[in-house]
Design a protein around this ligand. Structure first.
Ligand code: ADP
Length: 541
């Protein structure tokens, strides 16, 4: 059975009060006196003023001739009656529209308030459940129907999400108003991006740019709710553009996975280490590994031993995919192959954290993971002054004391920068990357040096582990694919496998360069707090 949907405005979805905007015309037709013709109105006016005139004249004569006022003649009685009736009519006629206008204003105010409260559900229809769906909701609430099974049971992902959402609201007693359900392709995330969906979170996407990088212009999409971030990165892009652009170099491109295996002795573990690191073995092992995908190509194996436990860090190219699935499949093939010659090898886990995925680790900082990129630019003295509102010497000094010495004092691991993670996360979310990989992808050392006789600024960012892909995962979802398309790196490269993901990594580094330049300048010029107050603290709030 189909879900019945009803399009209704947000205000009615949150309040039982039915809002109807009344117009002047409406008020005329709803007024008890509304059927009055203009003639009737004129007549009433005439009666009113005639009665007033008659009473004034008659009472003036009585006062002049000292007659008692409380003795009322029949004609005066008639005039008083006519006055009362016409007054009552006229008050009713003019007072009603005023009341209507007040009500109208109140309703508009209330609607405005409601709009502010629930902006996201404005266009969301209220779901009216069919009897069949109502039964399923009850089943989920009572625990008879597992929530995770709804998609496979119903074969309709949107309907599954709506039912799960309704059940969740009933179970928790909490409203999900504001979390949109409509206008999302739930089929596209099935088995790929998210399980048990009940809606989606909206994150605004801003554009920084153009970023002039390696002779190309890029408009960089950034999904963020941090005020100032896009504006600041944009300013950095402007400074880079005005100085002739930035250039990037890709040093390495390889995703890693490191399983952990255990032997009964350290000697046996060392034997496998020697075998894996022997150049003569490489071809055989690569043969097993590369069977996993036409894009996965084994590059190297690096081992580490802890007692009788062996950690084998496999690195492979992964085409345009970020590559975690690909490398894991390759590693599984190798483990299966090794068991023939090392049957006493006990596979403890396909990932032994020497990889190292989504955790701060020196191995990524030193050896690299994903794409290792350096991006640099020379910013001219006058641009530092005009656009960045600071001095080259101030930037160089701040970089040395903050990003290098300050981070060393803090015992930083890959954190020798001002805010690389800000830019990396925003671009990752916009382009469908794995946001948790922001951890190692944000490893960055920012260097600044005065060049050209100390006049201009050389700035570089070195980022050894940018983990990005343009196929697989969240990259295929409509919004994220649109952002990749904007950068000209959507999907698999038609030129050469991996060209799109490598370009994306360079763009990430270029955007980080812009972000570093701008934030460091704001700090050097002492503007940081002021600009954050301007962009982060909305006047509305
Ligand atoms: P990941 O390994 O990053 O988790 P997936 O395994 O989800 O990514 O996606 C990679 C899939 O995309 C593989 O099935 C691979 O065969 C396919 N694919 C198609 N074109 C490419 C390409 N140019 N580079 C890498 N993978 C590609």
């Amino acid at each position: 059975m189909e879900l019945k949907k009803m399009e209704i405005p947000a205000s009615t979805s949150t309040s039982p009060v039915k809002h109807k905007k009344s117009t002047k015309l409406d008020s005329f037709s709803e007024n008890p006196t509304s059927n009055a013709t203009p003639l009737l109105l004129y007549l009433t006016n005439a009666v009113f003023f005639t009665a007033v005139y008659f009473l004034l004249v008659s009472w003036r004569d009585k006062i002049r001739h000292s007659k008692p006022l409380h003795v009322v003649s029949s004609s005066e009685m008639a005039a008083l009656l006519a006055l009362a009736i016409s007054l009552f009519y006229l008050l009713g006629f003019f007072a009603h529209p005023l009341q209507e206008q007040e009500n109208e204003e109140e309703e508009e105010e209330e609607e405005e308030k409601l709009k502010k409260k629930v902006p996201d559900v404005k266009s969301d229809p209220i779901i009216i459940l069919s009897e069949e769906d109502e039964e399923i909701v009850k089943g989920v609430v009572e625990g008879r129907v597992p929530s995770y099974s709804l998609e496979s049971k119903l074969g309709d992902c949107k309907r599954a999400a709506a039912i799960r959402r309704e059940a969740l609201e009933r179970i928790t007693g909490k409203s999900l108003d504001g979390l949109p359900l409509e206008n999302f392709d739930y089929e596209s995330i099935l088995g790929q991006c998210c399980e048990m969906p009940v809606g989606y979170v909206q994150i605004p996407v801003g554009i920084a740019g153009p970023l002039l990088l390696d002779g190309e212009e890029y408009s960089v999409p950034m999904a963020t709710t941090e005020g100032c971030l896009v504006a600041s990165t944009n300013r950095g892009c402007k400074a880079i553009y005005a100085s002739g652009g930035a250039t990037s170099v890709l040093l390495r491109d390889g995703m890693t996975r490191a399983p952990v295996v255990r032997f009964s002795t350290a000697k046996r573990a060392a034997q496998l280490k020697l075998y894996l690191e022997d150049p003569l073995s490489f071809e055989t092992i690569a043969g097993a590994f590369n069977k996993s995908s036409r894009f996965a190509r084994l590059q190297s194996i690096k081992c580490a031993i802890a007692g009788k436990n062996l950690y084998m860090r496999f690195t492979c190219s992964t085409g345009d995919a970020m590559g975690m699935n690909m490398v894991s499949k390759g590693v599984q093939n190798v483990l299966d192959f090794l068991l023939t010659d090392f049957p006493d090898m006990d596979v403890i886990g396909i990932s032994g954290n020497f990889c190292s995925d989504k955790k701060p680790a020196a191995v990524n900082w030193i050896e690299g993971r994903g794409k290792s990129v350096v991006c640099e630019a020379i910013i001219k003295e006058e641009i530092v002054k005009k656009v960045l509102k600071t001095e080259v010497a101030s930037l160089v000094e701040l970089n040395m004391l903050k990003n290098l010495t300050g981070s060393a004092m803090a015992g930083a691991l890959g954190g020798f920068n001002a805010h690389a993670a800000n830019i990396v996360s925003a671009v990752y979310i916009a382009t469908g990357q794995d946001p948790a990989q922001n951890i190692e992808s944000s490893h960055c050392i920012t260097m600044m040096e005065a060049v050209n006789d100390g006049k201009d600024l050389h700035i570089s960012v070195t980022m050894p582990s940018i983990e990005v892909g343009t196929v697989g995962g969240g990259t295929q979802l409509a919004s994220q694919a649109a952002c990749l398309n904007l950068l000209g790196v959507k999907g698999a490269s038609k030129v050469e496998p991996g060209a799109n993901s490598r370009r994306l990594a360079a763009i990430v580094a270029g955007a980080v360069l812009a972000g570093e330049l701008s934030l460091m300048s704001a700090i050097a010029a002492g503007q940081l707090v002021n600009s954050h107050m301007k962009f982060n603290r909305s006047n509305k709030a």
